[in-house]
Design a protein around this ligand. Sequence first.
Ligand code: G16
Length: 548
Amino acid sequence: MADGLPVQIIEEGVKEYPKPENITFTYGTAGVRTKGAVLESVCYRIALISALRSKRLGGKTVGLMVTASHNPEEDNGLKAVDSRGEMLEASWEAYCTQAVNASTAQELVSVLENLISANKINLSTPASVVYAHDTRPTSTMLIKAVAAGLATMGAHITDAGLKTTPQLHYLVKALNTQGTEDAYGEPTEEGYYKKLSSAYLKLVADKTSATATPPLIVDCANGVGAPALLSLLKHIPEKHLTIKAMRTDTKTPGVLNNGCGADYVKSNQRLPAGYEKDISYVPGQWMCSFDGDADRIVYYYLRGPPGQKDSFRLLDGDKIASLAADYISELVKKAGIELQVGCVQTAYANGSSTKYLKQRVPVTCTPTGVKYLHHAAERYDIGVYFEANGHGTVLFSTSAQRAFKETSPASPAAEDALHQLTALAELINQTVGDALSDMLLVEVILRARQWGPEAWDGAYEDLPNKLLKVNVKDRFIFKTEDAERRLVSPPGLQEKIDEVVGKYKDARSFVRPSGTEDCVRVYAETSLAGELDSLAKAVAKLVQDSDA
Ligand code: G16
């Protein structure tokens, strides 16, 4: 490949995987995402770009995950992962969009040539790409197209098979750091379980046995999180974590994310469908839901019997962020080290959570998308980032991790805090939000605090809130500013929203196009529960009218 792109092979690839006519693909919040049946050409082309990305990074391994995460089962998509395990460098997204929409091989080659020259890529550098997929029926067909694209570029390929998205992120980082002093872990699925479970066991070793409390009921969204959870549990004795896994059917067509999963529970603010008859609930019982690729988690419990009005209580990403930020800040103080703990949220964060967090730590707001939150969190010594939908993690800077290991403790309590911080940095998947790792984090903190559901929930009371999806002809005419809190287009719509919001007491509402689904999202929040529906519907109507 030293002499240039393999143009002839690319031409054959484009013939094999032609771009469907009349579809324009976009690189959105988490890569390209749409109906799985039309994505082969996208997979082939993004694989070409991934190989170039690896060359640009001196041959380091990058990753490709075939998944559509929380979307319905017939959707699929591709998430591209950079060499440190984070999302693809933003400046490359535009090349991805151009490549997937190029209608001829010649156009595609010219996009790739521009990319090569703008990034001064040496084509003789080797490329290495690891890819994985979730349980969707279209995944098998799509990974073939990924493999074909990588073969076109002569990349070294690792097919990691069925994995959760966070496991793929972990593998990328582990592969690139193995044998160095920053080794992240053994670069295998087994290595991932060993890392998480041994850190968890260190953290809960001397805590009250969990058998005294009812098992944690985990809704696996009928996705890849189900086998991953069962594998993880083989490494954790039951006395330290008792789980009842639900919605674990990865075989029956149509069940993925259907009436279950983190997105369903968060958006509908209710139990997974059918739980009322499927679970024998006991008071004080914790429950949580993963999403389809296990990169999100939300917790919940009931204040009364299943089905009783207002008994459902959600502990979403905001509540997890508060739990983690509080706990970690306390440990830092006890350890006697000077580190800044900060928190990153999006416009979807409940106003009460932001108020609560701001009284404790600095808080930053970014647009939706892990790719934005992750980088903002890197600016703190310890950056806690969570989206309200349950996607998030905690990042520990290199200097923070060094301080945990090198600080001489001034007391036994300080020594214990330093040990705990060291183990937390191992337990938490620092590459991306991870339902399994976040679940263990929550369990560690709840055990340490000896908290039942009400104690955690009592930190603050969420303002009543609602999230609606509005279908429009073209969601791309909706453009935002100010971390997506205000619309700049269509002209005049934001002023109309402001006018409506102004009629409600302490209310907030914003509108943004989804980057993963073909819809516009409307978020509304009020101080008075009785006014919520009316505000959300009024703003949704403004969106619909603007589309007429
Ligand atoms: C992805 C992103 C998240 C984002 C979500 C919804 O999640 O990784 O950061 O919050 O999409 O995005 P949007 O509102 O733009 O559709 P996942 O879990 O679906 O990969």
